[in-house]
Design a protein around this ligand. Structure first.
Ligand SMILES: Cc1cc2nc3c(=O)[nH]c(=O)nc-3n(C[C@H](O)[C@H](O)[C@H](O)COP(=O)(O)OP(=O)(O)OC[C@H]3O[C@@H](n4cnc5c(N)ncnc54)[C@H](O)[C@@H]3O)c2cc1C
Length: 392
């Protein structure tokens, strides 16, 4: 088996690396800001938008889309290469929700009008997205969600609350799933998926501050929010099917193995520079290095399936669960590498890696929750991968 990239793919990687070498703000690389810790930077949103637009101008955010929709029809490995390099250079700029989740869902389930309306904004990096699936009482069990949209002549009117909305405080558009039929049996047949302009009157976004003290997610309130019927994706009461295919993409969007491998490399450099290495630490570094390789190959399998027109399902659950949990364990290991100093936050001049170690550790608790929990991933692997019965 040959896992090598083609000369064209390697040339693309070199092109991306040269671009990032020049464009990523120096501070981001010096401080070794990780993808999941970007909101620690006060200028993050501006840098994120500006990097996205620069990559959009080059056509890099949509390379693997069909040419008909502004892509170049290349394999999904180009997206993977881009994201590996973004991780390696500590760069913001990739809208995981717009590029990684909404665009593939639209390509699969959107109408021609919706594709023409929304794909150019995502490809150019100019329109940023959030997704409002979770509610205070329903996260894993999306089939039971309660936020309701009432049908009127030419629109639906939404009332209720969503929560944990990543990037909701600056997103231009929102992928929303709500209940449109309270009598439907089974309950998942009563859900509809909408595209919502975040400037629509009646939407209020309140910050939720994470454990590391940073603002990345929000609660979102809908008060008589009117959404035109043409913004329904996949048909009335068929939203659950859109969400299920969207989750298959969400689990592979973030190339977490690359983000984890970059953090491991940063820790290794810190340990070497500060003469902290000992045989026990060396062994742990070696073990994690091997596990990053496993995570990388699990992810490559998903990219390969996508390149063949297949939609990875239990394969993407396996890749996502393994790489997020690995990143969680490496974040925990970071606390050992720097000893008691690891606890210091970036306000302290003595904090190792500008406070990244404590910040990454605190952020890492969410890794087994976000994008669906590890337990749900294991359910998917057990039932769809192993064919075991559904016991809950
Ligand atoms: C950093 C972060 C970002 C997020 N961003 C977004 C976002 O942008 N948009 C959005 O809509 N949501 C977002 N979420 C929410 C996330 O998707 C949910 O937290 C997640 O799906 C779990 O839902 P819950 O929190 O309601 O927990 P629950 O569903 O109540 O689960 C509680 C516990 O029970 C376990 N459990 C539940 N059901 C089962 C089962 N069938 N089998 C085994 N165990 C089970 C879970 O694994 C979990 O440990 C984000 C979450 C985090 C942490």
């Amino acid at each position: 088996m040959d896992f090598a990239f083609s000369p064209e793919e390697e040339a693309f990687r070199a092109q991306v690396a040269a671009f990032l070498e020049k464009e990523v703000p120096r501070e981001y690389r010096e401080k070794r800001i990780t993808f999941f810790d970007m909101s620690a930077q006060s200028d993050w949103i501006q840098v994120h938008r500006s990097m996205a637009e620069k990559m959009g101008e080059k056509g890099w955010l949509s390379m693997h889309w069909p040419e008909k929709y502004g892509g170049r029809g290349v394999s999904p490995f180009y997206r993977l290469i881009l994201r590996e390099e973004l991780a390696r250079y500590h760069s913001p700029g990739y809208d995981s929700i717009g590029c990684g989740i909404v665009a593939p869902a639209l390509l699969l389930k959107g109408s021609e009008v919706q594709k023409k309306r929304h794909l150019p904004g995502i490809a150019s990096g100019k329109s940023m997205w959030c997704e409002t699936l979770s509610e205070p009482n329903h996260g894993s069990d999306l089939a039971a969600i309660e936020v309701f949209a009432r049908e009127e002549a030419d629109c639906f009117v939404v009332n209720g609350q969503k929560i944990w909305t990543t990037n909701g405080h600056f997103a231009d558009w929102n992928a929303l799933i709500v209940r449109t039929d309270r009598e439907a049996s089974p309950n998942y047949r009563g859900l509809t998926f909408f595209l919502v302009d975040m400037k629509t009157p009646g939407i209020t976004v309140n910050p939720v501050i994470n454990m590391a003290g940073h603002h990345e997610f929000n609660e979102v309130f809908f008060e008589d929010v009117s959404i035109p019927k043409e913004n329904i994706v996949g048909g009335l009461n068929k939203g659950f099917y859109v969400v299920m295919s969207l989750l298959d993409y969400e689990r592979t969007t973030d190339t977490v193995y690359a983000i984890a491998a970059t953090y491991l490399r940063d820790l290794e450099e810190y340990a070497c520079d500060n003469d902290l290495l000992n045989p026990v630490l060396e062994n742990r570094f070696a073990q994690f290095k091997a596990e990053c390789e496993v995570a990388r190959l699990l992810h490559y399998r998903c990219a390969w399936m996508q390149s063949q027109g297949m939609v990875p399902n239990h394969e993407s659950a396996m890749s996502k669960m393994f790489s997020f949990e690995l990143h969680q364990r490496i974040s925990d290991f970071g606390m050992e590498v720097a000893g008691p100093y690891s606890q210091l936050t970036e306000e302290s001049a003595l904090a190792p890696m500008f406070g990244r170690i404590s910040s990454c550790y605190l952020r890492s608790f969410a890794y087994s929750l976000e994008q669906g929990t590890s337990e749900i991933d294991r359910d998917v692997i057990a039932q769809r991968g192993l064919g075991l019965p559904r016991l809950r």
